[in-house]
Design a binder for this molecule. Structure first.
Ligand SMILES: Nc1ncnc2c1ncn2[C@@H]1O[C@H](COP(=O)(O)OP(=O)(O)OP(=O)(O)O)[C@@H](O)[C@H]1O
Length: 351
C-alpha cells in the first residue's frame, strides 16, 4: 500500500499549497513546519475533507481525489479527537463498522482487539467523560485502526498531553505501528516526536516542502538553512571560500580555516556552513587536531549536560555541550575548542 500525492494544489486567498510526495507501506512520514505552513490542509486534502484545485492523490495506485472521504478508507486522528460523548468507548471504536452494517459479534471482536493494541483492554463500557487525556487519545487511535484503513493520518494527536504522557504514548505508537503497518502521515510541531516517530520528515514552509529526507539526515545533515534552523541541532556560520575543487573546498570561517568535504549544498554566492553540535567540544588534554580558542561567557548545568556559550575572537558566539560531570567552566576563562571538520557541511541559504 502507498499514498502518492502528485502536484496537488490548493489556494486560499494569499496562501497557496503545492505538494508532491509519496509514503510507502509501513512508513511514517512526519509533516513538520511552522504554524500556518499548510500541514492540516495537506491532511484534509488527502482525507477528502476538502477538495484540491488540481493534482492527483492515489492510494494503492487508485486515484481517489474525486472520491468522498468515506470511500477513501483513510483513518484520521485529529488533536481535538471528536470522540462521541454519548457513546461508550467500545461503541466509539466500532462506530465506523456500525454504519457499514457490520454484525455486532464482529464489531465486539474488533473493539476488543483494537483496544488491546492501544492498551485499553476492558474499557468497552467506559463513558468517554471518565477517561484521562491519554486514554482518550488511545481510544481515538483504536477507533482509527478499527476501520482497517488503507492509510493513517494523524494531526498533532499528542500535543495536548503533558510531557511524560506524550513520551509514553510515542513509545506505544511505535508498537502500534508494528501491528498496523499501513502508510502513515503524522503532523507534529515537536522535534523530538518527529525524530522518534518518523522514518522520513517532510519539512514544510509556506505551502510547499522545503526539505524531505530521512529523519536522521534532516537533523544531522540538513541540506537547507531552513531545516538547520527548524531542527536546531547545530549552528550556522558564514564563511569565505578560499580555494577548492568538486570534492572539497577550503573555507575561512570563524573557527579558522576548514576543509569542507560535503559541498553538495554549497551556494557560491552566499556560502553558509552547518556545524552540528557534536562537531564542537572542549579540547581534551593531549588531543590534537583542528582547534580554536575562545572565552566562556556563560555556563549552565542542565542535568544531562553542561551548556556553555563561548565567544570567539571575532565575537561569534558558539553553544558548546559538555559532559555534566565536568567542572563548570568559569565565566571569563579561556578555553580551547576541538573542531571536527568532517561533520561540517554547507547548506543552501534561505532566499
Ligand atoms: N477554510 C479555510 N479558509 C481560508 N483559509 C484557510 C482555510 N483553512 C486554512 N486556511 C489557511 O491556510 C493556511 C494553512 O493553514 P493550515 O491550518 O493548513 O496550517 P498548519 O500548518 O496546519 O498550521 P498549525 O500548525 O497552526 O495548525 C493558513 O494561512 C490558514 O489561514
Amino acid at each position: 500500500m502507498s499514498i502518492e500525492v502528485r502536484q496537488l494544489e490548493k489556494t486560499y486567498g494569499d496562501f497557496s499549497l503545492s505538494l508532491d510526495f509519496s509514503v510507502s507501506d509501513g512508513e511514517t512520514l512526519i509533516l513538520a513546519g511552522p504554524s500556518g505552513c499548510g500541514k492540516t490542509t495537506a491532511l484534509s486534502l488527502i482525507a477528502g475533507l476538502i477538495q484540491g484545485d488540481r493534482g492527483a492523490i492515489t492510494i494503492d495506485g487508485k486515484s481517489v481525489e474525486s472520491a468522498p472521504p468515506w470511500k477513501r478508507n483513510i483513518a484520521v486522528v485529529f488533536q481535538d479527537l471528536a470522540l462521541f460523548p454519548h457513546l461508550d468507548v467500545g461503541r466509539n471504536v466500532t462506530y465506523g463498522l456500525f454504519i457499514r452494517g457490520i454484525p455486532k459479534a464482529v464489531r465486539r471482536a474488533a473493539a476488543a482487539e483494537k483496544l488491546k493494541t492501544v492498551r485499553l483492554s476492558g474499557y468497552e463500557r467506559r463513558r468517554i467523560q471518565t477517561l484521562s487525556g491519554g486514554e482518550k487519545q488511545r481510544a481515538a487511535i483504536a477507533r482509527a485502526l478499527a476501520q482497517d484503513p488503507r492509510a493513517l493520518l494523524l494531526d498533532e494527536p499528542f500535543s495536548s498531553l503533558d510531557a511524560p504522557l506524550r513520551k509514553e504514548l510515542r513509545e506505544e505508537f511505535l508498537e502500534i505501528r508494528k501491528q498496523s503497518p499501513v502508510p502513515c502521515i503524522f503532523v507534529t510541531h515537536d522535534r523530538e516526536e518527529a525524530a522518534m516517530l518518523g522514518d522520513r520528515i517532510a519539512l514544510m514552509s509556506q505551502g510547499s516542502i522545503a526539505e524531505i529526507g530521512k529523519s536522521r539526515d534532516l537533523f544531522l545533515e540538513p541540506k537547507t538553512e531552513f531545516a538547520a534552523r527548524f531542527f536546531g541541532f547545530g549552528q550556522l556560520l558564514p564563511c569565505r571560500i578560499l580555494e577548492g575543487n568538486d570534492r572539497a573546498v577550503a573555507a575561512e570561517t570563524p573557527l579558522g580555516r576548514l576543509r569542507v568535504r560535503d559541498i553538495s549544498s554549497l551556494n557560491p554566492e552566499k556560502p553558509l556552513l552547518f556545524v552540528p553540535r557534536d562537531a564542537l567540544g572542549f579540547e581534551e588534554n593531549g588531543r590534537h587536531g583542528t582547534a580554536v580558542s575562545g572565552i566562556i561567557r556563560k555556563s549552565l548545568f542542565q542535568g544531562e549536560r553542561i551548556l556553555s556559550e563561548v565567544e570567539l575572537q571575532d565575537k561569534t558566539l558558539l553553544a558548546i555541550e559538555a559532559d555534566p560531570r565536568m567542572e563548570l567552566p568559569p565565566e571569563g576563562s579561556k578555553v580551547r575548542l576541538r573542531v571536527d571538520e568532517s561533520l561540517i557541511r554547507f547548506v543552501q541559504p534561505t532566499a
